[in-house]
Design a protein around this ligand. Structure first.
Ligand code: PEP
Ligand code: MG
Length: 760
C-alpha cells in the first residue's frame, strides 16, 4: 500500500485509511461536496512508529497537488486540518490539529496526531474496549472550510432520521457562525437544523438530498457532520448513527418498506437490547445521579415509588393509587400480592433465580436483588445504606436493568409496543426454527404472553396458584396436617381451588397449548417462620418438616412418591376443569431422577389423554435420558435446578455469597444462573438430547429455566437442536429475535458448503 492516498483515488481499505479516511473516499466518489484532501496511510504510521520517518517527499508532492486542485497555496488562502483516522472509532481520544498553514507545521502536526495513538486516554480506551494496539492509525489531511467566516456560515450535525424515535426526515442541529469544536464543546446552544430552511433554503434542500443519498449508499441511518461556508455546503464526515431501541426497530422496519434492506437484514440489525428497552419502562437518559446502592439486575425496567416494607402495606397503598416499591430482606410466596401491587421490588438478599427475581420477571416488574449493603429494620419501618436512612413512604427509584437504586423519583420512559415491533416479530417468526413459549401461572400472565406472541405456555408452575393469603393458609393446612384425615380434608379443599384455577387458565388460552407442571413444592417456601407461630403443635410440625438442604429435599416427584394423593388430586382437578373448558393440556413431572418415578405418575394418569413429560433438572435424569425418553412424550430442561446441580452451587445463595467474586476475578466469565453454562451444563444437555433422540426420534424437547430467555443462551440452544424455549412473557420478543438471528446465521454458515457441493 502506498503511504498517501487522495480521496479521489479508489482504494477503500479501512485497515490502511481508517474509518474516517474510507468515508471521505466514499463520499468523494459519490460526488458529494467534500473538501479535498488525502490520507497518510496506516503503513506510513507503522513506519513512522519504527523509524520516526514520515514519507516527506510524497507528502510535499501531495500538498502541491492539493494546492493545484484548489488553486491556492498553503498559507496563502489554503489551510489544512490534520485528524486521526483509525480502523475502529475512538471518539475524542486522539489529537486534531486545525489551521495548519505551512510545511513545518504540517510535519509536526502529523507527528502529534501519530503520537496521540499512544497517549494515556487512547491506551486506556483501547484496553477497556479490547481494541488491539497493533491496529495503528492513519491521518487525514484536508483543506479547511470555515463555518465562522460570515453570517452565511455555520456548522451542524445531522441524522438522516430521528435517532430517538426513528421517524423519517432529517433531524439535527445547526450553529451559525461557528466551527465544529464550538458545537462539540457545548459553549453555545445550537438551533434545530430546520432553521436553515428559512435562512438558506437551497442548503437545507441539499442536506435532505445528501442524507437520503448517503442512506441509500450505506443502507443504514447516517450521522453526518457538515459545514456551510459563505452559503456553500461541505460534508465533513458520515457514519452509522447511534440510535435508541425504538429508532432501531422503526428504522429497520421502515427501511424494508423503502426497499433499502431485506427483512433478513432488518432482523440481524436489531439487537436484543434494542427490544428489551421497548418492553420495559426505562430511566430517561442521561442519569447523572449516583446510585444510593447497587444490587443484582434481577428483572429489567425502571420504576419509582414510595418505600413499603410488607405486602399488606403494598396492596393498601396501591389501592389508594400510590406507586410503591416493595423492599424486603428476601421474598417468599407470602409476598406475591405485594409484588403484584408494587411497581418494583428491592431485596437485600437473593440472586437471579431467587423467588423475587423469578416472580418479578414473570410479572414484567423491575427488581433489584441482593443489595447486600442495605440494612432493613422492618420494625422501625426503615432501611439504611452507608449512613443514609430511608423511611417508609420516602420515594426511591429502582433500575432493574442496571441493578441501581436511587433516592427520589427519577423520570421514567414508558413501554412502547409499536406496530413496527410487531412487524419485526412476524418476520422473526418466519425465519426462526426454535419455538418460543411462555412461563405463565396466572390468567393475567397468559394474557401478557399472548400479547407478546407466545406460541404456548411451556411451564405453568402450579405451586404459584397459592398466591393469595387465603390460598396460602390452605396449602399450609395441607403441609402441616398431622394426620391422614386432616390431610385428606386439606387435599380436597386444594383440589376444588385448583380446578377453579385451571378453569380460569384454560379460558384465557384460546387454543394455545399449555404444559402444567405438577406440584414441585420446596416446602420451606410455604411455611411460616417458626418464631412467628404461637401454636406449639404447629411449631413442632414445622420443626419436623425442616430440612437442612430443602432445595435438594422432599420436593417435586419425591413428594408424590411418599404422598401420591397430591398428584392424584392435581390430575383430577385438571380433568374436571377440562370437562368444562376444553384445552390442549400436557402434564410435566418435576425433579425426576429415574424412569420408575415417571412410570408411577403415568399410572396415576391412566385413562387420561394428556401428554406426559419430565423436567430434565437433575444430573441423573440427563444421564438416563434414553430410558426416560422411552416412557414420556416430552422433556423440558429446568436449567435453574440443573445449573445448581451441575455446579453444586445453591441457586438461592451462590450469587450473594461468592459468585460476584468469581465474576470479578474472572474465574467464571458469566453468572451461570443468568447465561447458560455451555461448557458444563450445555454439554450435559447435548448428551441428554443425543440419547433421547436416539431412543425416541420424535420426542419434543424444550428448555424452561431462566436462561431460556437470555440472548446468548437462546443462540446456543438453537444449535443443540432443542425444539423450543419457554421464558417469561416479557422476554418472548427477545427470544424470537435471537432465534431468528441464529437461524439466519446458520443459513449463512451453511451457504459455502452448499456452493461447494454445487460446484462438484
Ligand atoms: C428450573 O429448575 O429451571 C425450573 C424451571 O423450575 P423452578 O425454577 O420452578 O425450579
Ligand atoms: Mg426446577
Amino acid at each position: 500500500m502506498a503511504y498517501v492516498q487522495f480521496f479521489a483515488e479508489k482504494e477503500k481499505d479501512k485497515f490502511q485509511l481508517g474509518n474516517k479516511g474510507v468515508s471521505l473516499v466514499e463520499m468523494t466518489h459519490l460526488g458529494l461536496p467534500v473538501p479535498p484532501g488525502f490520507v497518510i496511510t496506516i503503513d506510513a504510521y507503522k513506519r513512522w512508529r519504527e523509524t520516526k520517518l514520515l514519507p516527506s517527499e510524497t507528502i510535499t508532492e501531495s500538498v502541491a497537488a492539493l494546492e493545484k486542485e484548489i488553486g491556492r497555496k498553503l498559507g496563502k488562502g489554503l489551510e489544512v486540518s490534520v485528524r486521526s483516522s483509525g480502523p475502529v472509532s475512538m471518539p475524542g481520544m486522539m489529537d486534531t490539529v486545525l489551521n495548519v498553514s505551512d510545511m513545518g507545521q504540517l510535519f509536526s502536526a502529523l507527528g502529534r496526531v501519530f503520537e496521540s495513538w499512544d497517549n494515556m486516554r487512547a491506551v486506556e480506551y483501547r484496553r477497556l474496549n479490547k481494541i488491539p494496539s497493533t491496529l495503528g492509525t492513519a491521518a487525514v489531511v484536508q483543506a479547511m472550510v470555515y463555518g465562522n467566516r460570515d453570517e452565511r456560515s455555520g456548522t451542524g450535525v445531522l441524522f438522516s432520521r430521528n435517532p430517538s424515535t426513528g421517524e423519517a426526515g432529517i433531524f439535527g442541529e445547526y450553529l451559525s457562525q461557528a466551527q465544529g469544536d464550538d458545537l462539540v464543546s457545548g459553549t453555545r446552544t445550537p438551533k434545530p437544523v430546520e432553521t436553515l430552511k428559512a435562512m438558506m433554503p437551497d442548503v437545507y434542500a441539499r442536506l435532505e438530498e445528501i442524507a437520503k443519498r448517503l442512506e441509500r449508499h450505506f443502507c443504514d441511518m447516517q450521522d453526518i457532520e457538515f459545514t456551510v461556508e459563505s452559503g456553500k455546503l461541505y460534508i465533513l464526515q458520515t457514519r452509522t448513527a447511534k440510535r435508541s431501541g425504538q429508532a432501531a426497530v422503526k428504522s429497520a422496519v421502515d427501511m424494508v418498506e423503502e426497499e433499502l434492506i431485506t427483512p433478513e437484514e432488518a432482523i440481524s440489525r436489531v439487537t436484543p437490547d434494542d427490544i428489551s428497552g421497548l418492553l420495559h419502562k426505562r430511566l430517561k437518559a442521561p442519569v447523572t445521579l449516583r446510585p444510593l446502592v447497587k444490587g443484582l439486575n434481577a428483572a429489567p425496567g425502571a420504576a419509582s415509588g414510595r418505600v413499603v416494607f410488607d405486602p399488606v402495606s403494598a396492596v393498601a397503598e396501591a389501592r389508594k393509587g400510590t406507586s410503591v416499591i416493595l423492599v424486603r430482606p428476601e421474598t417468599s410466596p407470602d409476598d406475591i400480592q405485594g409484588i403484584a401491587a408494587a411497581e418494583g421490588v428491592l431485596t437485600q438478599r437473593g440472586g437471579l433465580t431467587s423467588h423475587a427475581a423469578i416472580v418479578a420477571r414473570g410479572m414484567g416488574k423491575p427488581c433489584v436483588c441482593g443489595a447486600e449493603d442495605i440494612l432493613i429494620d422492618t420494625l422501625a419501618r426503615q432501611f439504611s445504606v452507608n449512613g443514609t436512612l430511608v423511611q417508609e413512604g420516602e420515594e426511591i427509584t429502582i433500575d432493574g436493568t442496571m441493578g441501581n437504586v436511587y433516592l427520589g423519583r427519577l423520570a421514567v420512559e414508558e413501554v412502547s409496543l409499536t406496530q413496527e415491533l410487531m412487524e419485526l416479530m412476524s418476520w422473526a417468526d418466519g425465519f426462526k426454527r426454535l419455538g418460543v413459549r411462555a412461563n405463565a401461572d396466572t390468567p393475567q400472565m397468559i394474557a401478557q404472553a399472548k400479547t407478546f406472541g407466545a406460541e404456548g405456555i411451556g411451564l405453568c408452575r402450579t405451586e404459584r396458584m397459592f398466591n393469595a393469603p387465603e390460598r396460602l393458609s390452605v396449602i399450609r393446612e395441607f403441609i402441616l396436617a398431622e394426620n391422614g384425615s386432616k390431610r385428606t380434608d386439606a387435599i380436597e379443599h386444594l383440589g376444588q381451588l385448583q380446578k377453579e384455577d385451571f378453569g380460569f387458565l384454560f379460558r384465557e388460552l384460546q387454543g394455545l397449548p399449555i404444559i402444567i407442571r405438577l406440584l414441585d413444592l420446596p416446602l420451606h417456601e410455604f411455611l411460616p417462620p417458626e418464631d412467628e407461630v404461637a401454636d406449639p403443635q404447629v411449631r413442632k410440625r414445622i420443626a419436623e418438616l425442616k430440612e437442612t438442604n430443602p432445595m435438594l429435599g422432599h420436593r417435586g416427584v419425591r413428594l408424590a412418591v411418599t404422598s401420591p394423593q397430591i398428584y392424584q388430586m392435581q390430575i383430577e382437578a385438571i380433568e374436571k376443569a377440562l370437562a368444562e373448558v376444553p384445552a390442549d393440556v400436557s402434564v410435566m413431572i418435576p425433579q425426576v431422577v429415574t424412569a420408575q418415578e415417571a412410570l408411577m405418575v403415568k399410572r396415576l394418569l391412566k385413562g387420561s389423554r394428556m401428554k406426559v413429560g419430565v423436567m430434565m433438572e437433575t444430573v441423573r435424569a440427563c444421564m438416563r435420558a434414553a430410558q426416560l425418553a422411552e416412557e414420556v412424550d416430552f422433556f423440558s430442561f429446568g436449567t435453574n435446578d440443573l445449573t445448581q446441580a451441575v455446579f453444586s452451587f445453591s441457586r438461592e445463595d451462590a450469587e450473594k455469597k461468592f459468585l460476584t467474586t468469581y465474576l470479578t476475578l474472572g474465574i467464571l466469565q458469566d453468572n451461570p444462573f443468568e447465561v447458560l453454562d455451555v461448557k458444563g451444563v450445555g454439554r450435559l444437555m447435548e448428551t441428554a438430547v443425543f440419547w433421547a433422540r436416539r431412543a425416541k426420534k420424535e420426542i419434543e424437547i424444550g428448555v424452561c429455566g431462566e436462561q431460556a430467555g437470555e440472548p446468548r443462551s437462546v443462540r446456543y440452544l438453537h444449535t443443540i437442536g432443542v425444539d423450543y424455549v419457554s421464558t417469561s412473557p416479557f422476554r418472548i420478543p427477545i427470544a424470537k429475535l435471537v432465534a431468528a438471528q441464529a437461524a439466519l446465521a446458520g443459513r449463512r454458515d451453511s451457504q459455502p458448503d452448499k456452493e461447494k457441493e454445487e460446484g462438484k
